[in-house]
Design a protein around this ligand. Structure first.
Ligand code: SF4
Ligand code: SF4
Length: 372
């Protein structure tokens, strides 16, 4: 069997620690604690191994990557090895000097998450008082450092009615690009879906709002809109296809084909402490399990889209059908599609709007978004 093409990108989850507690966070419900994180020397080795494997882009993520004092050193190593570096941050820990240091280390792009257009609502969703104001200051520092800025906004029932305001916020921050992504219902978002699932009317309004803004802002700010899975006819190629374009290294060094893949118990996950990155990518059992199309059941097996979307998301298939090898229920051809729609409608109709914050505590904090 020939070796797969090298991955385009490495998503380096440097830590799960984060001052915010977003209820839709894509980190696993069982968060890795600081003492179990890879040390600096191991991360530098991982960057070297990624460069040798042919990785072109490094996404420095978390949790909040800026809690790591070695963020600049890791960035610098990637830049020395010719890897493009992108920081994905909540923007509440880095001041002007911090972003200037990262720029000096070779950082090339920043993605800043925002929770809402207004401070009270944004701080309530993130569970962090004063966060919204810090993000605005951070965006200014990024622009002052001459770095391109993408604003990421995860949208859901609690903030979709202020989508126009979120677009104006990103514009005011000087973003080159705004990525509006509907919450993906894994991990923390799955636990909070009754508070977060949007109504059908909200999703329809969002499509119209984004279309109008794209037309108005053409050439000023690009806007990506990632629609909820249950609203599409066919699923997206999750991570560009399992084991095809991206690999993820978790804070503890586990190497995954997708950031949510730890939810699939049948996978044998290796770590960067066990084997070199290239070996894990090339023939690691977690990567081989759903790589390509040979593993597919019907209807994917004989579908003309099988090499386009690769059967969609394995984690969603597991969560909703009990078997990660099933066709993603987001696909209208899946025998489980009606189940996905029924769950989405039930969650959108129910719930009090109260959610639990992501965090380490056995008894997590609860919150709700104040009215406007
Ligand atoms: S989604 Fe929120 S809690 Fe999770 S890492 Fe990002 S900022 Fe932190
Ligand atoms: S049946 Fe499978 S391959 Fe075909 S569109 Fe649906 S998920 Fe994609």
């Amino acid at each position: 069997m020939s070796a797969p093409e090298p991955p385009m990108g490495l998503l380096a989850e440097l830590t799960h620690r984060c001052p915010l507690g977003c209820p839709y966070c894509s980190n696993p419900v069982e968060l890795t604690r600081a003492g179990a994180e890879l040390d600096t020397a191991t991360w530098l080795r991982v960057i070297d191994e990624a460069a040798e494997l042919g990785v072109l882009q490094l996404h420095l993520s978390g949790g909040e990557p800026a809690v790591r004092p070695d963020l600049a050193a890791i960035t610098a190593r990637a830049a020395e090895r010719g890897i493009y570096t992108n920081l994905i941050t909540a923007g509440v820990l880095l001041d002007e000097a911090g972003i200037a240091e990262l720029r000096e280390a070779g950082l090339e792009h920043v993605q800043l998450s925002v929770q809402d257009s207004r401070a009270a609502q944004a701080d309530a969703i993130g569970g962090y008082a004063g966060g919204h104001a810090k993000k605005r200051a951070f965006a200014e520092a990024v622009r002052a450092a001459g770095l391109p800025l993408t604003v990421n906004a995860v949208v859901h029932r609690q903030n979709l009615d202020r989508l126009s305001g979120i677009i104006e916020l990103a514009l005011g921050m000087g973003a080159d690009r705004l990525e509006i992504a509907h919450a993906q219902y894994h991990g923390w978002a799955y636990a909070n879906r009754a508070a977060l699932m949007p109504t059908r009317a909200q999703v329809d309004d969002a499509v119209a709002t984004v279309e109008a803004a794209r037309y108005r802002l053409e050439g000023v700010m690009a806007i990506d809109h990632v629609l909820p899975d249950y609203d599409a006819r066919y699923p997206k190629a999750c991570m560009g296809g399992w084991g095809r374009r991206i690999l993820v290294v978790t804070p503890a060094g586990r190497v995954l084909p997708c950031h949510a893949a730890e939810t699939i118990p049948e996978l044998t996950v290796e770590t960067v402490r066990d084997r070199p990155l290239a070996a894990i990518w090339n023939d690691g059992p977690a990567f081989e399990r759903f790589r390509g199309t040979a593993w597919m059941p019907e209807p994917c097996r004989s579908c003309e889209r099988r090499a386009i979307d690769f059967g969609g998301c394995r984690c969603q298939a597991l969560a909703l059908t009990g078997d990660a090898a099933n066709t993603d229920p987001a696909c209208t051809l899946s025998p489980y599609h009606d189940r996905l729609r029924a769950l989405a409608e039930q969650d959108a109709a129910g719930g009090t709007g109260c959610f639990v914050y992501r965090g380490y505590a056995a008894q997590p904090r609860r919150g709700a978004v104040p009215g406007t």
